[in-house]
Design a protein around this ligand. Structure first.
Ligand SMILES: NC(=O)c1ccc[n+]([C@@H]2O[C@H](COP(=O)([O-])OP(=O)(O)OC[C@H]3O[C@@H](n4cnc5c(N)ncnc54)[C@H](OP(=O)(O)O)[C@@H]3O)[C@@H](O)[C@H]2O)c1
Length: 214
């Protein structure tokens, strides 16, 4: 499948692009600066022995049924506004955690209830938003030959989009679970600052695992 990663030059983009390319997907990483994305794509391709392409954010999502948004929350609304017409008809995977630096270990509830709800409201119903991957750290993703541990929760108001994303999560080598409607994104997004607190308090890199599901 063709996947375009908006802000794919960053920390999360690196591991996602390489892992999905290794799984056989056609991945483009995007940037505000097309040349930066091209250089990063060359670097990732050489590093991992895969083909990742790079260009502008608009180019990265062109023709792709799935776009993934991977920019800091401070750039969330502006980035979506810029790309809104190009996102129509697509599945948008929103991994945004609405952190407000420097207080990254404190839950911040956005005005729209959750970053993913804000995305859905901004983009309208022609874009099927799926919120997921909030609990997979770039550090773990970036350990390219290591299996990801834990579970990945995903929520959406569109059942088909959710199933598609759960498949993509499986392709990352980890179990994906249906966590309900997009309104539940507030719980997923809010758990990340708690994990960041746990990391600071106890060391290591925490994730989540759901027990009791066969
Ligand atoms: N890092 C993690 O462990 C982690 C885990 C789960 C979820 N997340 C979420 O994933 C998203 C990306 O995280 P990250 O750590 O990969 O972020 P990052 O490396 O800080 O930034 C990702 C990319 O966003 C673009 N960007 C930065 N500022 C921007 C702005 N003002 N306007 C438009 N684009 C801008 C940059 O691309 P260009 O400069 O090339 O345009 C950058 O490479 C965040 O929403 C975060 O909450 C992160």
């Amino acid at each position: 499948m063709e996947i375009g990663i908006i802000g794919g030059t960053g920390r999360e983009g690196r591991g996602l692009a390489i892992r999905w390319a290794r799984a056989g997907h056609s991945v483009r990483i995007g940037s505000r600066d097309a040349e930066r994305a091209r250089a990063k794509a060359e670097e990732l391709s050489a590093l991992a022995g895969v083909t990742v392409a790079g260009g502008s954010n608009a180019w990265a999502i062109e023709g792709a049924p799935v776009a993934l948004l991977s920019v800091p929350y401070a750039a969330h609304a502006e980035t979506l506004r810029d790309l809104a017409p190009r996102l129509a008809g697509k599945v948008l995977i929103d991994i945004t955690v609405p952190l407000v630096p420097p207080a990254v270990r404190r839950v911040h509830l956005p005005a729209g209830g959750a970053a993913a709800l804000e995305a859905q409201a901004l983009l309208g119903e022609s874009v099927r938003v799926v919120a997921t991957l909030h609990h997979v750290s770039s550090a773990h993703l970036g350990e390219l030959d290591a299996h990801l541990e834990g579970d990945v929760l995903a929520c959406s108001n569109d059942a088909a989009a959710l199933e598609l994303c759960l498949g993509l999560v499986t392709d990352l080598g980890v179990r994906g679970l249906d966590a309900g409607p997009l309104a539940n994104a507030v719980a997923l997004e809010s758990l990340t600052p708690v994990l960041l607190h746990l990391n600071k308090r106890y060391g290591g890199g925490s994730g989540i695992r759901v027990t009791g599901i066969p």
